[in-house]
Design a protein around this ligand. Structure first.
Ligand code: ASP
Ligand code: MG
Length: 417
């Protein structure tokens, strides 16, 4: 008998018919002799719809009230799923995040889980129930309702799996697993049988939407075995674990891209100690995440530097920098949007020379110029203009030998959260 956490994303429970299909699958897993804890997201586009609705009444709603609103989406799912399971003749009980003992920090909209008290879950399992927990939500020690950030149900599932010491945490979605790249861009993308936590973490951070990065981090730290698989078929899926067996000769496992990149340059900055600390400290204080930072040579005591960030933060970042002009004198700022970051990821890169060179070559053959580069032991990212992104991804996919003979059928929209 195994203890299994099964997580279903919004699209997997997006309609009555899908809800029934999921319920049957859960019951089958239970009847095979397992103890089952289920985590669900809000149905379909519920969370987005609630956000739209709130913005019509208040474009800038208090974060506390937003959490109050958004957590209702998952409450609907758990209740409906539990009822469906009862209707099919099995025993289930649904819990909100707080009823399930999920305690978070006192931060709205992006709280981290600080503790899980799983006694109630264990009691319900002992009574023979399928336990269904609302994803994406928790409660502070002071009794305030919080959410874990968009896509946070993955994190709920992994954190619960760690807390109850589950044998496996299965993440059900609408694709068959983790792919070498987005199958909507590359038709012959390959499904990976397994991938290491570190590779998955890079891919998730770099824009592969199949798993929430924080969930992968959590899984790595707690050594939770994750399986990403489809809720629409019985295919094996992709296992995310410590040491993925590397396929012979596979150096690059996946190609990810992020379409929301902007670059800001600050030109003619006085080259004195503390300048970078001031600029990036100020951006951080304003909650602006910065990605790649490049400083170019110093001339006549003045330096230029550039950094990338999410394009939605670009205007605000410029304002912040203009705001500290008196403390950090510079000549001008420029910004460029419509950029993308494309990255190759693979644990095999460390020990294989020439991997990055191959990337630069494939990109330059398409006549695309590389604006910025950043590397780590297991990834290499290039920032390029957005227009030829798909061609670049396809040619990298071929260059690293990732193409398969089969074409992946991509049905509906991917479960992006
Ligand atoms: N329903 C939430 C969202 O759409 C959480 C999740 O789906 O994981 O972001
Ligand atoms: Mg969702």
């Amino acid at each position: 008998m195994s203890l299994i956490v099964m997580k279903f994303g919004g699209s997997s429970v997006g309609s009555t018919e899908r809800m029934q299909r999921v319920a049957k699958r859960i019951i089958k897993t239970k009847e095979a002799g397992n103890r089952v804890v289920v985590v669900v997201s809000a149905m379909g586009d519920t969370t987005d719809d609630l956000i739209d609705q709130s913005k019509q009444l208040n474009p800038n709603p208090p974060a506390r009230e937003m959490d109050m609103l958004l957590t209702t989406g998952e409450q609907i799912s758990v209740a409906l799923l539990s009822m469906t399971i009862h209707q099919l003749g099995s025993q289930a009980v649904s819990y909100t995040g707080w009823q399930a003992g999920i305690v978070t920090e006192a931060v709205h909209a992006k709280a981290r889980i600080s503790d899980i008290k799983p006694n109630r879950i264990f009691n319900s399992l002992d009574e023979g129930n399928i336990v269904i927990v609302a994803g994406f939500q928790g409660m502070t020690e002071e009794g305030e309702i919080t959410t874990l950030g968009r896509g946070g149900s993955d994190t709920t599932a992994v954190a619960l799996a760690a807390a109850i010491n589950a044998d496996v945490c299965e993440i059900f979605t609408d694709v068959d697993g983790v792919y070498s790249t987005d199958p909507r861009v590359v038709k012959c993308a390959r499904k990976l049988d397994s991938i290491s936590y570190d590779e998955m973490l890079e891919l998730a951070h770099l824009g592969a939407a199949v798993l929430h990065p924080r969930a992968v981090e959590y899984a790595k730290h707690n050594n939770v075995k994750l399986v990403v698989r489809s809720s629409f078929n019985e295919n094996e899926g992709t296992t995310v674990k410590e040491e993925a067996v590397m396929e012979q000769g596979v150096v690059v496992s996946g190609i990810a891209f992020d379409k929301n990149v902007a670059r800001i340059s600050i030109l003619g900055v006085e080259d004195v100690p503390g300048v970078l600390a001031k600029v990036f400290g100020e951006l951080a204080d304003n909650g602006i995440d910065v990605d790649i930072i490049v400083q170019s040579g110093v001339q006549e005591g003045k330096a230029d530097f550039s950094f990338t960030l999410s394009s939605s933060d670009s205007d605000r970042a410029i304002q912040v920098i203009e705001g500290i002009r008196s403390e950090v004198p510079f000549r001008e700022t420029t910004s460029e949007t419509n950029l993308v970051k494309v990255s190759i990821v693979g644990a095999g890169m460390v020990s294989n020379p020439g991997v990055a060179a191959k990337m630069f070559e494939a990109i330059s053959k398409l006549g695309v110029s590389i604006k910025m580069v950043s590397t780590s032991e297991i990834k290499c990212s290039c920032v390029i203009a957005a227009d030829l992104l798909n061609d670049v991804v396809r040619s990298l996919h071929t260059a690293y030998g990732l193409d398969t003979a089969e074409q992946v059928f991509v049905g509906g929209p991917q479960d992006r959260r």
